[in-house]
Design a protein around this ligand. Sequence first.
Ligand code: PMP
Length: 442
Amino acid sequence: MVTPSTTSGSAALFRRAHSVTPGGVNSPVRAFNAVGGTPRFIESARGALLRDVDGNEYVDLVCSWGPMLLGHAHPAVQEAVVAAVARGTSYGTPTRPEVELAEEIVARTPVDKVRFVSSGTEATMSAIRLARGFTGRDLVVKFAGCYHGHVDSLLAAAGSGLATFAVPGTPGVPAASTAATLVLPFNDRAAVEQAFAEHGAGIACLVTEASPGNMGVVPPLPGFNEFLAETCRRHGALFVSDEVMTGFRVSRSGQWGLDGAREGWRPDLVTFGKVMGGGFPAAAFGGRADVMGMLSPEGPVYQAGTLSGNPVATTAGLVTLQHATDEVYAQLDRAAGIVGAAADKALTDAGVPHLVQAGGNMFSVFLFDESAGDVTAVTDFAGASAQNLDRYKAFFHSMLDQGVYLPPSAFEAWFLSSAHDDAVLDRVLEALPAAARAAAAV
Ligand code: PMP
């Protein structure tokens, strides 16, 4: 059990961090701004466990927000990375590991060619530039609640009414940057039809999370991605599937392996990140050969990066994917089922209105007020926003106090790894009933 006195090391670092870094963190959600309390400064991690600077241990259900598919410090990844570092860490030239990682990605996914970048943000930013360059059009369609990184044009909140242009979602983004963005409700075919009917000839691309995990887990309704691909095709727009989070996580071929591969359609462009970097800053965008052929130096659309395809990062990604076997995905699916079912039971027993919703092996827990009644599905951002956030806060802190590290926000997915074995899962299952009771008491 963690007590306040045992987080003094984290608290001291957080104070120091505040004087040199805005909010004390380098990415906002890490500050526990949504849940309060002292963010844990992690010193080391192995397998499914995190250890903070005060020596507290936590079962990690965040997994670096997705990348650590094989768990922390996986021996094979670690060995390959150490060997890569010994050969020098960056040359600014083409290297063998980036060719091998690209081949692995092309073999697993619907892309013909792939270009490496250093973050998911860069991947979506570049994919949109490429879509605009290829189509000669400017408009971009996105869905409310989908996050694609901090790209200006995608930090957009819905304007008033459907099929109207978006307003910036943050200060610092000029209205001109979101003026070419349409924000629609997720899973809403009628809204998509209307937007394309009104603006189809000007739409460069529609970008969507392949299965959203950034408003909590809100999977596409059956056939929705296929419908999007088909709608884009009919209007000469590109369908950009953002698999930064789902890629190589929900299946060996990402979300496309769960829908497109079976239904027989392909996105025009796909963005990747997280798992494919094996815990290093690596991401990618890829797609149809004719579209990717527009990219510099083959074509006129400029894009570049000093550390793109970095040999250490691509080595880590390659070895991670080589170990991401069918058995790993079966194990992750099973573990996600066990934790999701246990959370569901604990919350039912405690009388908390809730929904445990899964998209492949990603899942999240929505906690509601009594007035919400029996919620059987959350299909869009409005539904996700109906959560009682104070209940999640109480649930989160109870789990943390019992040594389980959940996402410090109710709008995030829970992530497991192949290192989450039965002994680790038992620790999560033991903690859930008290956390559910804490949520019930709010
Ligand atoms: N797309 C999706 C679907 C994501 O989940 C994220 C990050 N969580 C990004 C893009 C941005 O990636 P990055 O944080 O590496 O810039």
